[in-house]
Design a protein around this ligand. Structure first.
Ligand code: HSE
Length: 377
């Protein structure tokens, strides 16, 4: 007789991250290993989607229903986590909580999951009886996946990373606003844009006036122009002058790697929103502990795990592959522009790109579920 399957409750499966996660779970046949119940915050009682072991959606605010689950997987967002995680734990629920939101990430007894980097640590935490497992910030996961080779080899002294983050990181409606901004600029001056004889400085003046707020350029969500411009601020301010997004790089990065005290690697840089749709990029200055042999270093990067797509440092390869457009929808992490720097022999320049909804959010969670089954089998 086969063992009973664990009951998995899935909340927030209709949102952007949740949909990407559900698609990946279907592709990888993850749902077949669980009795999955789909919950809804607003439409409980409606028909459940394919892959559900129940006919109907259950109420995501019903503590008694949630308590029946062995594992809760949520992409519903931080407000939901704040409300229901506490309520369930207070009600003595001892199941596994798997979350995409940032709420629980820095809680001492929560484990951040990114198995190509910290499979050993995750397994230890499962054995230890840890109950909360959380996906890290997208740029943090994508940076660590790109640098897995040198990080695992213990050769990294510090990291400076400046990000180029896509609109998707701000949410589905923000992606639409970016497209509206693009359309607005084109439509506003379509005639001059299409006229090969029009004066570019005149055209630029008209477009700049739009960007500077003379018309009805749409920027309600971003609060500033993104198409035709950029925004060097993501998330809320921290007391030290960083943004919260910038702060996460070092605290979450070291937590994933299990580095504490003076083992910690310093990570810092400016996080910037740019007009890409879905994939995040980062320009990294890596300071190693000793002089770098570039060919050995490059091999270390390339062979770290199955998802590194090493892009040769040539114009042709860079234009062909090293862009948000190229990696959107892919599990590959592009790593290119690997070259020595004028700063000294211990420094390497790297540019990396990855899909912020896949490895940046959904993939570590579904892989954790499979790892949990493997470890507890
Ligand atoms: N904080 C990220 C961003 C979203 O704003 O791009 C993914 O964690």
């Amino acid at each position: 007789m086969s063992a009973e399957k664990l009951k998995l409750g899935f909340i927030g499966w209709r949102g952007m991250v949740g949909s990407v996660l559900l698609d990946r779970m279907r592709e990888e046949h993850d749902l077949e290993h669980f009795d999955t119940v789909f919950f809804s915050t607003s439409q409980h009682g409606d028909k459940a989607p394919e892959g559900s072991s129940e006919g109907e959606l259950w109420d995501a605010f019903d503590c008694d229903a949630l308590k029946k689950m062995d594992i809760i997987l949520t992409c519903q967002g931080g407000d939901y986590t704040s409300r229901m995680h506490g309520e369930l734990r207070k009600a003595s629920w001892r199941g596994i909580w798997v979350d995409a939101a940032s709420t629980l990430r820095m809680k001492e007894d929560a484990c951040l999951v990114l198995d190509p980097l910290n499979k050993g640590l995750i397994k230890e935490e499962i054995h230890k009886g840890t109950l909360d497992f959380v996906g890290a910030n997208c740029t943090v996961s994508l940076m660590l996946l790109a640098l897995a080779g040198p990080l695992k080899a213990g050769m990294v002294d510090w990291i400076s990373t400046h990000t180029y983050q896509a609109a998707s990181g701000a949410g589905a409606q923000n992606m639409k606003e970016l497209l509206k901004q693009m359309g607005h600029l084109y439509n506003h001056e379509a005639k001059l844009i299409e006229d090969p004889k029009s004066n570019i400085l005149e055209l630029d003046k008209l477009i700049s006036a739009e960007l500077q707020g003379s018309g009805n350029y749409p920027k309600e969500l971003f609060g500033a122009p993104l198409a035709g411009s950029l925004i060097p601020w993501i998330d809320s301010p921290m007391e030290n002058g960083q943004t919260r997004e910038e702060w996460k790089a070092m605290v979450e990065g070291n937590k994933i790697l299990g580095l504490t005290g003076n083992q910690k690697i310093a990570v810092d840089g400016t996080c910037v929103r740019i007009g890409a749709m879905r994939s995040h990029s980062q320009a990294i200055t890596l300071k190693c502990k000793s002089d770098v042999d570039l060919s050995e270093f490059t091999e270390l990067i390339a062979k770290a795990h199955d998802w590194v797509d090493l892009v040769p440092n040539t114009k042709e390869a860079t234009l062909e592959r090293l862009s948000p457009a190229h990696y959107s929808g892919s599990l590959n992490i592009g790593v290119g522009r690997v070259r020595p720097m004028n700063l000294g022999k211990e420094f390497v320049n790297i540019f990396t790109v990855g899909d912020q909804l896949l490895w940046g959010a959904a993939e570590p969670l579904r892989r954790f579920l499979r790892l949990y089954l493997e470890v507890t089998a």
